[in-house]
Design a protein around this ligand. Structure first.
Ligand code: SF4
Length: 90
């Protein structure tokens, strides 16, 4: 077997190996992203969300609040005047 043939075989193995790694990555990464996206926000009940302030604290002064009615860490519509136990002053 000539050295050119050996080089071509090694090159083909490298290309096929990289293609296999890329294919596996394409299958695994979207699944991981979907899992983290669904786990990213808490249910309102689990964080004692309420539609009114507590002890002078409310969503509109929380760093997690996203106007007009969303939150980075809690699911569903969020009232600016609401509150939950993940409150973090902005
Ligand atoms: S108090 Fe809770 S629900 Fe309101 S913005 Fe902050 S983390 Fe979100």
């Amino acid at each position: 077997m000539s050295s050119v043939t050996v080089d071509l075989m090694a090159s083909r193995r490298t290309v096929l190996g990289r293609a296999a790694i890329a294919a596996i990555g394409a299958m695994v990464l979207p699944a991981a992203g979907a899992a983290s996206a669904s786990a990213a926000k808490s249910a309102q009940k689990s964080v004692e969300y309420q539609g009114h302030p507590k002890a002078g604290h409310s969503c509109n002064t929380c760093k997690n609040f996203q106007p007009p009615q969303s939150c980075k860490v809690v699911e569903g519509p969020i009232e600016p005047s609401g509150w939950c136990d993940k409150y973090t002053h902005s």
